[in-house]
Design a protein around this ligand. Structure first.
Ligand SMILES: C[S@@+](CC[C@H](N)C(=O)[O-])C[C@H]1O[C@@H](n2cnc3c(N)ncnc32)[C@H](O)[C@@H]1O
Length: 435
């Protein structure tokens, strides 16, 4: 006989607040079990543990009518593990995750910004109504409005909800919050969207191709790649998220062969058209993190401004497989982070370079404006949000211990980071959540 339960999962080890998440879970369990429902509440610290819990519940003929996650979250959803080895289900892993949901089940994610990308995606791929918060979450001793928790008693009720705060709304809101004037944000509800959604760059491919005909307009990124190319020119290169193939076009005469892969079929079409003259280049559309190449095929793998979108653990495992052990991976990407006071000299240098760049590449800026003002661009960004610096940095540095991410360009709220693995032998074990 099938029985329906409420499942609460919470984390304690990733970043701060572990004890408080435990208290929030206890409070929630007390409230939810008051009407006689069976409520199971467990702390989980890794993707593998979660998968195991779902498997065990299914084997016990238990289905989940309500699922609650309490913990930290990155832009692409809940975080597990530790800062030294952070874990997150990538979009592909989320799709593959087998969760024994009951009919009409509901999933609640009590974590920062879960309503922006994660909850709509989860509702689509798991086919359940999903709830999340738009704002960052805070702990509060009052359920309806923010009240600073000063209790040391682990049995005192505690809540965790989204609300405007200093990070999102500045100091004035922070003062209001501590005065108890800020209400809990109502959870946002997402019903599974029906039909196919094209979340790729397809709808903006033509405009994108017009902007990035010459990869040198990405001057800092391009120079960094050139300075990190292996000395030996006899190399086979894989460009993941190759877009319209502009980078490989520029590298074609410096390498033996180049292969570009991208999820957008329209961009792959442009990449092929732009490179008909280069017989040592080929381009293929990808549909997931699996790379359709034999083991040890490449000497150099590049992900330029695409890493934020990729399925991190699955693609890393694949990159490891298709790259020669002595080969390497270069990652360059844009991330969000507010500029720090100590970074102002670098910010000023970046700004100065930017003004010179604007004069030098007038046509590029004209086309760029057309691209970013197109409504399809905004639509595409909704499905492909940018990540924060710490999220990407902690991930990359944990998988390649001892090596550091560099910052190569700084803006007020975003920056370009770069990472050279030097050798794929530097990689640490990658944990996948699916076979
Ligand atoms: C900002 S563009 C960068 C393109 C190119 N590397 C460049 O520097 O001009 C990001 C690229 O990543 C691709 N992309 C997004 N998600 C992807 C995925 N899951 N697998 C492969 N490519 C992906 C997009 O289609 C797009 O071409």
């Amino acid at each position: 006989m099938m029985s329906e339960i409420i499942l609460i999962l919470y984390t304690t080890k990733y970043r701060k607040g572990g004890d408080k998440f435990k208290r929030v879970a206890r409070t929630m369990k007390d409230e939810l079990s008051s009407n006689g429902s069976e409520v199971i509440s467990l702390s989980i610290e890794s993707k593998a543990e979660i998968k195991e819990i779902f498997k065990t519940l299914a084997s016990q003929n238990k289905s989940i009518k309500e699922f609650h996650f309490i913990g930290h979250s990155g832009m692409y959803g809940p975080m597990y593990g530790t800062v030294a080895y952070p874990e997150q289900f990538s979009p592909y892993e989320l799709k593959k995750l087998v969760i024994p949901f009951a009919h009409n089940a509901k999933a609640y994610f009590h974590c920062c910004r879960s309503a922006r990308w994660f909850a709509p995606y989860f509702s689509r791929v798991q086919n359940v109504t999903t709830f999340g918060y738009h704002w960052y979450t805070s702990f509060s001793s009052n359920k309806a409005r923010y009240k600073l928790d000063v209790s040391k008693d682990p049995f005192k009720p505690l809540y965790c909800f989204g609300c405007p705060g200093k990070k999102s709304h500045g100091y004035l809101t922070s003062v209001k919050k501590y005065l108890g004037l800020v209400k809990a944000e109502p959870l946002k509800e997402f019903k599974p969207e029906q039909g196919e959604i094209d979340s790729t760059y397809n709808s903006v491919a033509e405009l994108y191709n017009n902007v990035f005909q010459d990869i040198k307009v990405r001057s800092d990124e391009y120079k960094w790649i050139i300075s990190h190319l292996p000395k030996n020119k006899d190399i086979n290169v894989l460009d993941i998220g190759c877009g319209n193939g502009a980078l490989l076009k520029e590298l074609a005469n410096k390498i033996t062969s180049g292969t570009g892969v991208d999820i957008s079929k329209n961009l792959i079409r442009f990449a092929k058209n732009n490179n008909v003259k280069h017989s040592n280049l080929q381009f293929e559309q990808l549909n997931g993190p699996e790379l359709p190449f034999k083991d040890n095929t490449f000497d150099l793998v590049i992900s330029m401004l695409s890493f934020r979108y990729l399925d991190w653990d699955p693609i890393m495992k694949e990159i490891q497989r298709v790259t020669n052990p002595e080969g390497k991976l270069l990652i360059i990407d844009m991330v969000t982070a507010p500029v720090k006071l100590t970074e102002y000299p670098q910010l000023l240098r970046s700004k100065l370079k930017h003004y010179i760049h604007r004069i030098r590449y007038k046509a590029f800026y004209k086309n760029l404006r057309k691209l970013v003002h197109n409504p399809n661009w905004k639509g595409m960004l909704k499905y492909n949000p940018i990540r924060s610096e710490h999220e990407m940095k902690w991930y990359i540095e944990s998988r390649f211990p001892g090596r550091k991410v560099e910052v190569i360009n700084i803006g007020y709220n975003a920056r370009i980071i770069a990472f050279d693995t030097e050798s794929m032998e530097n990689i640490k074990n990658i944990n996948l959540s699916y076979p």
